[in-house]
Each structure stands twice: as structure tokens, then as C-alpha cells.
Design a binder for this molecule. Structure first.
Ligand SMILES: Cc1cc2nc3c(=O)[nH]c(=O)nc-3n(C[C@H](O)[C@H](O)[C@H](O)COP(=O)(O)OP(=O)(O)OC[C@H]3O[C@@H](n4cnc5c(N)ncnc54)[C@H](O)[C@@H]3O)c2cc1C
Length: 422
């Protein structure tokens, strides 16, 4: 393997994980980031779930109907807005085309392999570097409010049993034994599924600390440095333009999240990754006598409540709304409502305390799988399009990318994530 000069565009979860990994393998890495610090876009305040158990793409069979009805339902878990639609037609049609049962299940299996690999690497690096990120090794609990929901959840888990996913089906009494804070809503639950191998933690804390470790080892981070264009010569990408200079390198790695497609367009490459907006609220739990100890997923809301040390983060919901980053009251209210429905005993107490609202744009690929590897334009590499799984899959994607860049054997099958599939 030869030492390469590498530029990484974007310092979110994907970019920093790639920077740290490539630097450790001996490459010379410069990260160019438009913002004035790391992890200030989609990676800022996500739900923190390291969940191999959630590999399903969001364009599940039946998503067409879900999106149409969402137009008339302000509280829909996945909400389509009409205004940005004209700019999303091509991506949107691909998103719908990929919702067949066969493609959905193939993407689910591929994501599970990457997520499992990645979560292990995340925890290993966290331990080796002594990173503090409010890591909780307690699994996740997916609650189901009716029998049909529970049956569907069990069915989905069975699909991955042969691939090694462990899960336990709990009735409402066992659910409360696992998470006593759910006691007062037990009679409203059909049951739950516990995924013991999942973990959780503050993604931003982790990745910011990883950026510091990478910088200490020699990675250069240049903030306030948007890349304006890629430099290509005879079909090969050999560098980038910033507002003030042209930089030439051996490899350019695009990890610019939902904005990645814009830099590729002038090359005639149409990356089917577009923003799907989500929200979070972070609440102070320090005044509570007893607190939840397990992240609880409410599938019906595409949302999760994750304990993070003294904080509780409630995050999720999906809105196809273009790049608009307005924090909408109705979406925040959805999260508050979910919190009240889970923890009526103390929800209002913490909702009246310190509360931080946030919205972020998930980089969602049309076929539910991230893009990892070299594109058809030689010299240009991708790690982007991780959608709702960017924290879970960041470190594994970086390792896969590094193996491909170094020409080494990969630890998981790279084919489902091939960056030249566009
Ligand atoms: C509400 C919500 C909850 C979520 N919960 C979870 C969860 O529980 N578990 C999980 O696994 N995932 C979760 N995710 C998904 C995860 O947060 C994202 O997939 C992940 O943050 C994407 O990381 P990224 O590095 O690809 O993109 P980003 O974090 O957006 O980083 C891209 C970076 O590129 C920079 N950039 C863009 N264009 C340029 C340019 N031209 N020049 C220089 N820099 C540029 C941006 O400024 C940005 O810093 C959640 C997301 C949301 C919104």
C-alpha cells in the first residue's frame, strides 16, 4: 500500500471517521469543512442510537400510500411537503421504485452487515481512545402499541435471524421489567422487542473527540473552507477548488452529507442522495429521582427516546422538505407528544426545564444503502448517503472505504454499497 495524499470534503460523522481511519493507515489527510467546526450539520444532535437492529430503509413497501396520506396529516411520521417536490422528482421516483419487497429486503440485509461491523469498530475505537460519549450498552427496546405492530416487528426481526441478529420478544409485563419507567403505560402496550446487541451514545461528542484524536495524530482540519468545485483532468478527479486555492491530491473523498450530489453534478454524475429532515429535543433529566435506562423506539413515529447521561434526547420523524431547516412547531410537538405518551409521570416536569430543539438533514439515498468506494470518475471516492444510519455506520463505512482505497480485502461485501452504481 502506498501513502496517498487525501482530501476529505466535510467534517461530519462520515468525514471524521474516514479521516481518523485513513490517517491511522498512514495516509496524509486534509479535511475541508464549510462550517467553523466539526459535526455541525446532520451529525449535531441525532438520536444517538447505534442500532444494527434498524437496518430497514425508509422506503418500505407501501411508502407511496404513506406519503400521499401524509399530505393531509400534519402529524404523519413521514411527511411529504409539496413545495420542494419539483427539485426532488428524479430522486423521488427512484426512492419509490426501490420500495419493492425484494429490494427492500436486500437493502435491509446489506445495511445489517455494515451496521454490525461498524458498531463494533465504533465501540473498539471509543474504548481504545478512552472517548467519553455517554455510551449506554443496554440494547434498544422497540415498543408496539398493538398486536399488528408487534407481529410486524417480530416478522422483520426474523428476516435477520439467520444473519445473526439477536432479539427477545417481551409482553407488556416483561417490557416494564426491562424498563420500569414504562410502568404507567404498560396497559397501552401490546409488547416490545428488545435488541440486546444495540448500544447508544452521543454521536457528536464521540466524533468531535475522534476529530481531536485525528488532529493530534496529524490530520489537518481546515474549517470555514467550502469546496466550490472538483478539479478533474481527462475524467479523473485530481483535486478541489476552494474559494482561495486549488489543491491537488491522489484521492478526493466526498463526505458532504446531503450536499454531496451538488459537487458531483458538473461531472455528469447524478448522485441520488437528498435530504430527509429530522428533529430532536434534548432535555435535562438531572432533577429526576429515577430515569429511563434503555433507548425506546416508537416505530410508528420513526422516533426514539435515548438516555444520554443526565440528558434525554427524543429524536426522529421524517420530513421530505428539501433543504429548509426551519424548526417547525408541529414536528417538535410530535416529539413532545411521544415523550408524554411514553413517560407521562415525568414528561411535563422535564419539558418545562432546559430544552434544546434541533433539526438536521439526513443524507438519504434513493435505494436505502450508502455509497462507499470509488465513483466512475476515478480519483473521486464517496462515503455518504447513510440516511437514518449515519452514526451506526460511520466507522464501518470508513474502514470499508480505506480497504478499497488501499486495495485490500474488505471485511464485508462492498458490492451493495458500490459508489459506481449510479
Ligand atoms: C433527527 C435525526 C436523528 C438521527 N438519529 C440517528 C441515530 O440514532 N443513529 C444513527 O445511526 N443515525 C442517526 N441519524 C443519521 C445521522 O445523524 C446522519 O446519517 C449522519 O449525521 C450523516 O453524517 P454525514 O457526515 O454524512 O453528514 P453531515 O453530518 O451533514 O456532514 C457533512 C458535512 O459536510 C460539510 N459540507 C457540505 N458541503 C460542503 C462543501 N462543499 N465543502 C466543505 N464542506 C461541506 C457540511 O458542512 C457538513 O459538516 C439521525 C439523523 C437525524 C437528522
Amino acid at each position: 500500500m502506498s501513502r496517498k495524499d487525501v482530501i476529505i470534503i466535510g467534517a461530519g460523522l462520515a468525514g471524521i471517521a474516514a479521516a481518523w481511519t485513513l490517517q491511522k493507515r498512514g495516509h496524509k489527510v486534509v479535511v475541508l469543512e464549510a462550517n467553523d467546526g466539526p459535526a455541525l450539520e446532520a451529525s449535531f444532535a441525532n438520536a444517538g442510537a447505534l442500532t444494527p437492529s434498524e437496518p430497514e430503509p425508509w422506503n418500505a413497501p407501501g411508502v407511496h400510500w404513506q406519503l400521499i396520506t401524509s399530505l393531509f396529516d400534519p402529524h404523519a411520521a413521514m411527511k411529504l411537503r409539496l413545495r420542494p417536490l419539483p427539485g426532488l422528482i428524479s430522486w423521488g421516483l427512484r426512492f419509490l421504485r426501490n420500495s419493492t419487497r425484494k429490494r427492500y429486503e436486500a437493502a435491509t440485509r446489506a445495511n445489517f452487515a455494515l451496521s454490525t461491523y461498524s458498531a463494533r469498530l465504533t465501540l473498539e475505537a471509543g474504548k481504545a481512545l478512552g472517548l467519553a460519549f455517554d455510551n449506554l450498552p443496554n440494547g434498544t427496546l422497540k415498543i408496539c402499541r398493538d398486536q399488528a405492530g408487534l407481529d410486524a416487528t417480530i416478522e422483520a426481526a426474523k428476516l435477520l435471524e439467520a444473519e445473526g441478529m439477536r432479539y427477545h420478544v417481551l409482553d407488556s409485563k416483561q417490557t416494564v421489567e426491562r424498563e420500569p419507567q414504562l410502568a404507567s403505560v404498560a396497559d397501552k402496550l401490546a409488547g416490545s422487542v428488545l435488541y440486546p446487541d444495540d448500544q447508544s451514545g452521543d454521536a457528536r461528542q464521540y466524533i468531535t473527540a475522534l476529530a481531536e484524536a485525528a488532529a493530534a495524530d496529524g490530520v489537518e482540519f481546515e474549517y470555514n473552507t467550502p469546496v466550490t468545485d472538483l478539479l478533474d483532468r481527462a475524467g479523473r478527479v485530481v483535486g478541489v477548488y476552494t474559494q482561495s486555492e486549488v489543491l491537488e491530491v491522489d484521492a478526493v473523498i466526498l463526505t458532504a452529507g446531503q450536499a454531496s450530489w451538488q459537487l458531483m453534478k458538473p461531472l455528469g454524475l447524478h448522485l441520488p442522495v437528498r435530504p430527509v429532515k429530522g428533529y430532536s429535543i434534548t432535555l435535562d433529566m438531572s432533577g429526576l429521582n429515577s430515569r429511563p435506562a434503555v433507548p425506546v423506539v416508537d416505530e410508528a413515529m420513526h422516533a426514539i427516546a435515548t438516555p444520554m447521561g443526565d440528558r434525554l434526547r427524543v429524536a426522529g420523524t421524517a420530513e421530505i422538505a428539501g433543504t429548509d431547516k426551519t424548526v417547525r412547531r408541529d414536528r417538535i410537538d410530535n416529539l413532545k407528544q411521544m415523550l408524554r405518551s411514553l413517560y407521562p409521570d415525568f414528561a411535563d416536569q422535564i419539558l418545562t426545564g432546559d430544552l434544546k430543539e434541533w433539526t438536521g438533514l439526513r443524507p438519504m439515498s434513493a435505494d436505502g444503502r450508502p455509497f462507499i468506494g470509488q465513483t466512475r470518475a476515478k480519483g473521486l471516492w464517496l462515503s455518504c448517503g447513510h440516511g437514518h444510519l449515519g452514526w451506526t455506520q460511520a466507522m464501518g463505512s470508513a474502514a470499508l472505504l480505506a480497504d478499497l482505497l488501499d486495495g485490500e480485502e474488505t471485511k464485508i461485501d462492498p458490492a451493495p454499497f458500490a459508489a459506481d452504481r449510479i
